[in-house]
Write a protein that binds this ligand. Sequence first.
Ligand code: NAD
Length: 512
Amino acid sequence: QQAAVKPAENGLAQAVAQILSSLGVAPHVYSSGERLVRSPLTGETIGRVKDTTPAEARAAIAEAHDAYLAWRAVPAPRRGELVRLLGDALRQDKEALGRLVTIEVGKIVSEGLGEVQEMIDICDFAVGLSRQLYGLTMGSERPDHRLMEQWHPIGPVGVISAFNFPVAVWSWNAALALVCGDSVIWKPSEKTPLTAIAVTALFERVAAKFDGAPKGLATLLIGGRDVGEILVDDARVPVVSATGSTAMGRIVGERVAKRFGRAILELGGNNASIVCPSADLDLALRAIAFGAMGTAGQRCTTLRRLIVHESVYDKLVPRLKQVYANVSVGNPIASDALVGPLIDEAAFAGMQKALAAARDIGATVHGGERHTAGHSASAYYVRPALVEAPEQTGPVVEETFAPILYVLKYSEFEEAIRLQNGVPQGLSSSIFTTDMREADRFLSATGSDCGIANINMGSSGAEIGGAFGGEKETGGGRESGSDAWKAYMRRMTSAVNYGRAMPLAQGVKFDI
Ligand code: NAD
């Protein structure tokens, strides 16, 4: 177990080994074990990790529970200090960790770095929050009484994360949970264990130097669904924050509810933008391009449906086709390509299946073909697909986690809103318009039904300051900014009688 094993002798594996070593990860941690980790950039094996056994997982949960019992007694601003130091360490290691994200997930370099920046931002947010975990006081109906609420730490928080944001999702949860007085147990995607190992090592380095950080404050479980399920079913974990597909959330939500736990579900999206007659088309074109093709279409907020008014359709869509035909696709560490690879073969198969289904409903498909020249047979690079769909049906109402943008035409504004809302998912949405009535209607109760609704920008990407999440099959969870922290705490309501009488509420009499 402790013996150092040499990583596989290929180029990317060596780069990964160097990065991990610079981040303080010992070689045996990422180069021994049964689970192969591959880079979508080339399909090469870049590491081997050992899955956490059920007994180890249960021991880690027990340790996290003990850690919580100690951590909850540490004053919140002091807990914030630990998160401040975590942010500092991330600043220092941003380049290395960002590069590891690029290698393990295939994101372009600026997006790999951007993901680490997001971790830093949420740490900053959480530090401030550590002095603002406020409750309310209310006027009591009884004389000489005070009524108030407090927010207390709740327990270990389970974090299950998806491959496409392999480190940021942990930080959205962990930075808040830690200042809230909770410990954190992380089960990352089985496709991206190396970035998780790196982040955990970085956290451990910070925690080891921090007076009062108990052992097991932030732990890691490696493995697939079976390991995740141990976390999901354990009653010592009162909150499970699960990010991934709707299929996963349906199972996790039910199992957590069965034991009266709290699930924060961040699931699939099928995000749309409406382009109105008055839209600034130059601006819209840029936003649509990043929204739909950025991260090779593998963001939960990726733009998947474009609802274009008939009067601007022939101005916008031909320009979009050109952008789609010309956008650079390739290995982001070997070129300046804007579109990197799909995560794996299954993602490619899913994309081709959706495009075939689109043809079956009479859609016209532009692009979508695989790029093989100059790439290894086990890397999946595709030209993003622009699909002119006759109606919103079949693959258009599903989330396919690949760069496919379905374009629909509308004539009446009401119809555009109906189309926007007419899918099972409810994560992100946007509208391009300079007509203020349309813009405000879109944001109103009768407008977009999504958790995120933007004006004159794309659906993709979000800032950490707002609460992030969506409705319907997206799961209803909220993470990150605003008051999302409340999901990581328990609320206590207290009435205090500072008088000498014993009045009952609602005028009830009980004179003994
Ligand atoms: P996935 O559902 O395959 O896996 C996500 C995680 O859930 C993994 O860690 C996996 O091991 C775990 N898991 C799967 N089944 C489980 C079970 N029954 N019990 C416990 N754990 C289980 O998703 P993916 O392919 O990694 O990621 C892509 C999906 O994630 C897309 O649908 C995307 O929209 C979604 N996503 C959503 C958000 C959001 O914030 N709404 C963010 C990122 C990704």
